[in-house]
Design a protein around this ligand. Structure first.
Ligand code: NCD
Length: 318
């Protein structure tokens, strides 16, 4: 009875909720989505998901480039039997004529049942969500948050290890501007994990985040050398060239870490390498064939997770 009641309450909390920051969700709510994602993966495999969204339209508003987030949301919606409208890049929209982001989002809310948006300015999705009636899903706002990436990252971890608690997770690269890192750390604070942050001095994880980790009593260490020994997960983050105010600063750090076969050898036998992708030079292609490389599977997991998320925000039962 209690279990049934809890599931009911969680579903009610999810219904019509915007997904802006992973911080807006409790651990119970996150775990609930992970369970629903597993269920959705089963429905997807058996071909039973194709009518869940047959009367719905998703708008994808990508003011900033995207391959995976945009395509996996589109694939998710199509696999649910729904339809998709939207744009990628503002060059063929009225933003070129001076229309504001908010007016553009308001228009989309009149044409679609849900919106996924990505924008270079931090806080843009929050602002959008406060001005429309349909659910808004943040597909990345500047260096701030990328909550559905975090859900698929956690899903990947859980699928691999059967749990998230107890994991020793190392994050490597641009920890200052990487929104996937910021979202993931915000979520992992709710679990019993140990973290290791590896970055150059000028790309360290923001101080306010380490403060929050201390408050949450999460064990962590910060270092500069690429020592991944003892970790269960090595999460690599691209150096976010587009966020550097000074291109020369980017040039100095762009190749600071390269995960190659030597680094993979240093890892625990069953440790995995994750990356939100796109990768540039930070993981050598030779690593792709190792059993540790899980980043392509991670990207594929985006489809069932985003299918579950789309159903949950629009109150579709499955
Ligand atoms: C990430 C992003 O856009 O934040 N990519 C993604 O969504 N899969 C990471 C990145 O661009 O480095």
């Amino acid at each position: 009875m209690d279990l049934y009641f809890n599931a009911y309450i969680l579903k009610m909390q999810w219904s019509k909720k915007h997904i802006i920051s992973i911080k807006d969700f409790s651990r119970a709510e996150i775990d609930f989505v992970l369970e629903k994602s597993a269920r959705m993966e089963g429905l997807l495999a058996s071909g039973k998901s194709t009518k869940l969204m047959s009367d719905k339209i998703l708008a994808t508003l990508f003011f900033e480039p995207s391959t995976r987030t945009k395509m996996s949301f589109e694939a998710a919606m199509l696999r649910l039997g729904g339809r998709v409208i939207g744009f990628s890049g503002v060059s063929d929209t009225s933003i070129e004529k001076g229309e504001t982001m908010l007016d553009t989002v308001r228009m989309a809310a009149g044409y679609a049942d849900m919106i996924v948006m990505r924008h270079p300015v931090e806080g843009s999705s929050r602002l959008a969500s406060e001005n429309v009636d349909v659910p808004v899903i943040n597909g990345g706002d500047g260096a701030n948050q990328h909550p559905t990436q975090t859900l698929l990252d956690l899903y990947t971890i859980k699928k691999q290890f059967g749990k998230i608690d107890g994991m020793n997770i190392c994050m490597v690269g641009d920890l200052k501007y990487g929104r996937t890192i910021h979202s993931l750390v915000d979520a992992l604070k709710m679990y019993d994990v140990e973290l290791r942050f590896i970055s150059p001095q000028n790309l360290k994880i923001p101080a306010y985040m380490t403060k929050e980790l201390k408050k949450s009593k999460i064990k962590f260490e910060e270092r500069e050398d690429l020592n991944v020994q003892g970790c269960d997960i090595v999460y690599v983050q691209r150096i976010q060239r587009e966020r550097f105010p000074d291109p020369q600063e980017y040039e100095k750090v762009k190749d600071c870490y390269v995960v190659d076969l030597g680094v993979a050898d240093m890892m625990k036998e069953n440790a995995i390498i994750m990356h939100a992708l796109p990768r540039v030079t930070e993981i050598k292609h030779e690593v792709d064939e190792t059993k540790n490389a899980k980043y392509f599977q991670q990207a594929r997991n985006g489809v069932p997770v985003r299918m579950a998320v789309l159903c949950l925000v629009s109150g579709v039962d499955f």
